[in-house]
Design a protein around this ligand. Structure first.
Ligand code: ADP
Length: 691
């Protein structure tokens, strides 16, 4: 058959070039088969191609000069049990001179002696870099048709074929990947063009329909809580009634995809019982269905579905492409959601800004007004557009000490000061200004809230007037009453003293209370103006306590309360304005009496604390919430307590100023658990020896 090596080499050269010039697997296989038949001889040649797992993925037969494709099922037997299988398992060529005498040959009907079937055969492995990529078999209708030289030539052709097949496979794979990549890249470009949800949905679906070549595409979102899937958008045939339809949690193909986080492809869907009702397009029109999850931040937020490919069957890459599009859709939908919520937030800020009962003005960092709300326009009596040309300092007196001359002190935390706002009619309004930096329309800006405090100022003034009135107009009549009672006391006949004494006592106690209140009010005003406390003298704490106790005892007894006094041993005297501090102590004790229930227990005591003596007044009343423990010492602060005792809210304010006027401190603590109530504590300076 072969004259010499040279012609063999020439043949191989030709064959290898022929193989290498084709990149499509089918063409390569056809060429290999014809090369085998034409150069080695025989009636029939077959070839199977296997993947890395030695599964047959492609095959072809040439018989009587005719190519037959899709022969995989036909060739399955010989790979499983016949000669090709032997070659695969042994990775060796096989020469069968007589098929009737070789057990490797899987006999068929037409192989019998008297029939035209195979009588001899030759089968070689197709190898590429030691890897099995297929088997090439050649059969002859005459026994002993092949010898070793045929086997060698076959193997030489097979070696060339092995390389060509691997190349063709790589090429197909890279083409497939390129197709997937192109679809996804197009998807990414088109899907990302909008931030508006409806448009985002639409472009995702357009992209899906186009990339997968399907009749219909739909998008469902998982609703929380509950996990129901709702079709939010759909395009293509029979899609118009889909939007708004729901699939119950965990139901349908969508449910499976959400649960597993993985895509599903159903080539024959019409009979599939797993489909939810909504997934059957109208008229039972779901023939094939592919469904992929839409992921965002590790969670499945929806599904993307492609119905009925135009070419009747889905492309092998359909699921891959759909899954890719699902991935793209996830981040895009999320961006659109964020954008929408940002939009809502922005609108809400706008509404709040406009509807705020406080005037709000936004300026740039130099103080030029860029935005002003309705209320700002009302209070300043300037139309909004007029305000836009103003500098903020034309509107009100800026406290530059707090803001900085160039507003450099204004930051994220709010600066507060009182000021005056000037309106266009020449009027002025007291305002409390809250300033801080904000981002407005994406630019660093300054927000000025100019709260109109006219009413509060009026009220404060009224309170001041009232206080002034109380102590000026009550003090002298009170002094008169006191001296009148003193007089009466001296003229009561001895026989009447027993009956009149308790009455006089009540009168004295009441007068004392009113006087204390008036004096405290007077002190409060003086101390508020930073005037020093009156004359101080050294006094034993026990004497201070006695004086206070005398004043509050009747009240406590009326409530059946007990007052426990605990004075530490060897307490030094304190240096104080005795009358003032006595009133402080009485005030705290009266509060204790006021806020402690019937039969409650009040404890007062003192102990040394370095250069100070620490005095406490403790009750078992309702206690004071932590958040209020500082502000109750402010003037006019009264905690909300519907049925609680009445008061003015100036007692503790006076106590604080009085104690501070002596260089001491006052605060309130909760009574340690399991007790309940408040413990007011204040410190007074110890009197030095020489004083
Ligand atoms: P007034 O008692 O006249 O209201 P104060 O300045 O003495 O004013 O007290 C301010 C507020 O602090 C009271 O309204 C009350 O809510 C609260 N308070 C004061 N002392 C006590 C106390 N011992 N227990 C509970 N709440 C108290």
């Amino acid at each position: 058959m072969f004259q010499d090596h040279r012609s063999v080499l020439e043949l191989l050269y030709r064959v290898s070039r022929e193989f290498a010039s084709a990149l499509d697997l089918k063409t390569v296989l056809t060429r290999v088969l014809f090369a085998a038949i034409n150069n080695v001889g025989g009636e029939r040649a077959s070839i199977v191609v296997m993947d890395d797992n030695e599964r047959v993925v492609e095959s072809a037969i040439v018989y009587g000069n005719q190519l037959r494709e899709s022969t995989t099922i036909q060739l399955k037997d010989t790979v499983d049990r016949g000669l090709a299988g032997w070659v695969v398992r042994n990775r060796q060529p096989a020469l069968v001179p007589d098929t009737s005498k070789d057990s490797r040959w899987l006999r068929r009907q037409d192989d019998a002696q008297d029939r035209s079937g195979a009588k001899s055969a030759i089968s070689v492995p197709l190898l590429s870099r030691e890897k099995m990529v297929g088997v090439l078999t050649l059969v002859h209708s005459v026994p002993n048709a092949y010898g070793d030289e045929h086997l060698e030539l076959m193997q030489a052709i097979a070696d060339q074929a092995g390389v060509a097949i691997v190349n063709a496979r790589l090429f197909t794979e890279s083409q497939r990947q390129a197709r997937v990549m192109t679809s996804l890249a197009e998807g990414a470009v088109n899907i990302n063009t909008s931030l508006h949800m409806e448009q985002v949905f639409e472009s995702i679906l357009n992209q899906t329909k186009q990339a997968l070549q399907v009749e219909t595409a739909a998008l469902g979102m998982v609703e929380q809580p509950g996990g129901e899937i709702v079709y939010r958008a759909a395009i293509g045939e029979n899609s118009d009634k889909l939007v708004g339809k729901r699939i119950k949690a965990k139901e349908g193909i969508a449910g499976i995809v959400v649960r597993d986080g993985r895509g599903v492809l159903l080539p024959a869907a019409s009979e599939d019982a797993r489909l939810a009702e909504a997934e059957h397009l109208p008229g039972g029109n779901t023939r094939a269905l592919s469904c992929a999850p839409i992921h965002a931040q590790g969670k499945v937020i929806g599904v993307l579905q492609a119905f009925n490919p135009l070419t009747k069957v889905f492309d092998p890459d359909a699921l891959l492409v759909l899954t890719g599009l699902g991935g793209l859709a996830g981040s895009t939908i999320q961006n659109a959601q964020l954008f929408e919520s940002l939009d809502v937030a922005r609108q809400r800020y706008r509404d709040l800004f406009e509807d705020s009962i406080d005037p709000i003005v936004i300026t740039d960092l130099q103080g030029t007004i860029v935005e002003a709300n309705r209320q700002a326009s009302t209070l300043s009596a300037h139309p909004t557009d007029k305000l836009h040309q103003f500098l903020i300092e034309q509107m009100h007196d800026i406290n530059f000490e707090k803001t900085g001359r160039k507003f450099e002190k204004i930051g994220d935390s709010t600066i507060v000061y009182e000021s005056t706002l000037y309106d266009s009619l020449g009027g002025t309004h007291p305002v409390e200004v809250y300033v801080r930096k904000v981002v407005f329309d994406e630019a660093e800006s300054i927000q000025w809230i100019l709260r109109d405090i006219t009413e509060r100022k009026d009220l404060d003034a009224l309170r001041e007037d009232l206080t002034a009135m109380i102590y000026h107009d009550l003090r002298s009549p009170l002094a008169n009453i006191l001296s009148s009672i003193d007089m009466i006391a001296t003229v009561i006949p001895t026989s009447e003293i027993e009956t009149s004494e308790p009455i006089l006592k009540i009168a004295y106690q009441s007068l004392d209370r009113i006087q204390r209140l008036i004096n405290s009010l007077l002190d409060l005003t003086r101390l508020e103006q930073n005037q020093p406390v009156g004359e101080q003298q050294a006094i034993a704490v026990s004497i201070l306590f006695e004086g206070a106790l005398e004043a509050v005892k009747p009240g406590a007894e009326g409530h059946n309360q007990t007052i426990k006094i605990s004075l530490a041993d060897l307490l030094p005297p304190v240096l104080i304005d005795v009358d003032m501090i006595r009133r402080v102590l009485i005030n705290l004790m009266e509060n204790a009496v006021k806020y402690t229930p019937q039969k409650g227990e009040i404890a007062v005591g003192a102990e040394r604390d370095g250069e100070f003596v620490r005095i406490f007044v403790q009750d078992n009343g309702p206690g004071i919430p932590e958040a209020d423990r500082e502000r109750i010492f402010d003037k006019f602060t009264r905690l909300k307590n519907k049925n609680g005792p009445g008061g003015l809210g100036v007692g503790l304010a006076f106590c604080k100023l009085a104690v501070q006027g002596h260089g001491g401190r006052i605060w309130v603590e909760a009574v340690p658990a399991p007790g309940k109530g408040s413990r007011f504590i204040f410190t007074l300076p110890v009197a030095k020896k020489e004083e």
